[in-house]
Design a protein around this ligand. Structure first.
Ligand code: B1M
Length: 216
């Protein structure tokens, strides 16, 4: 697909036009667009623009919510396509992934979960606003090889450290690798809290999880 197509996707998010975004996504899929490209080159550019304008006080929360809803509707169609593209492979490992307590941002975490699944991993997505105990329980229940934690907010970053401390107490940290991600997460922060890796986008998360489990 050409740049004009991705620009239209971004613009539909900026304008808060769900019908247009969904129509464009379906048209694109019909013409063989790569769903990850549609998210990263199109929809994500739109939501980042709205986010920057929100940060600068140029747009307000209702517009941000509307744009996020468009993004969510369009990505959920693309997520299904991404997941189904990897459904026939044998599992390379079990992951648990969630957004930490205090944070309801869902979109990036869900994209990462879908792309990991499409690349051969079993992924248990435990959602948003997940407390320390929620992560620990799910890691145990799913016999996870890797725990993934996401946050886009500064304040809930500390929860990631609390989860790792709790995993150590429960004797889980030696058996289960931890990857963290989201825009405020840096390599320095990951090192500081004892995470095994940081993912900067979905493709990077796949690369890092592969390394952690010895697949690459
Ligand atoms: Co919010 N928000 N938001 N928001 N929001 C940000 C994060 C913000 C930077 C906007 C801004 O001010 N410029 C700002 C955070 C400031 C800060 O703490 N430093 C912010 C704020 C302040 C807030 C509220 C507090 C606003 C308010 O109520 N006053 C509130 C938070 C409420 C809460 O959580 N308690 C809030 C609410 C919302 C909406 C509900 C409106 C909506 C979320 C809808 C939803 O998710 N269902 C929303 C949105 C959409 C955004 C922005 C604009 C876009 C986020 C997004 O979806 N990006 C965001 C601006 C920004 O990020 N610069 C913003 C697209 C997505 C594909 O990318 O999520 O980054 P991303 O994920 C990437 C990578 O980060 C990485 O891979 C993903 C795919 O490439 N990644 C991982 C993410 N997790 C990973 C995990 C991994 C590996 C990689 O391994 C486990």
């Amino acid at each position: 697909m050409d740049q004009e197509y991705f620009d239209k996707l971004a613009q539909a998010v900026i304008d808060g036009e769900a019908d247009v975004a969904v129509q464009l996504v379906n048209e694109g899929l019909g013409k063989g667009v790569d769903p990850i490209e549609a998210i990263e080159k199109g929809l994500a550019r739109g939501i980042m623009k709205v986010g920057d304008d929100f940060g600068a006080g140029e747009v307000f929360l209702p517009e941000l919510i509307m744009a996020a809803d468009v993004m969510k509707q369009a990505t959920s169609i693309l997520d299904e396509k991404i997941k189904s593209s990897g459904s026939t492979r044998t599992s390379l490992g079990q992951l648990v992934i969630g957004t930490v307590k205090g944070d309801i941002h869902d979109i990036g975490k869900s994209v990462v979960a879908s792309v990991l699944q499409a690349n051969g991993y079993n992924v248990e997505d435990i959602g948003i606003d997940v407390a320390v105990e929620g992560f620990i329980e799910s890691v145990k229940q799913n016999s996870a090889d890797v725990l993934g934690m996401s946050t886009l907010l500064t304040l809930p970053l500390q929860v990631m450290g609390e989860v790792i401390a709790s995993m150590k107490e429960a004797g889980l940290k030696d058996k289960v690798k931890v990857i963290v991600g989201g825009c405020p997460v840096t390599q320095e922060f990951a090192d500081e809290i004892g995470a095994d890796a940081v993912g900067f986008d979905a493709a990077d998360a796949v690369k890092k999880v592969g390394k952690l489990l010895g697949h690459s």
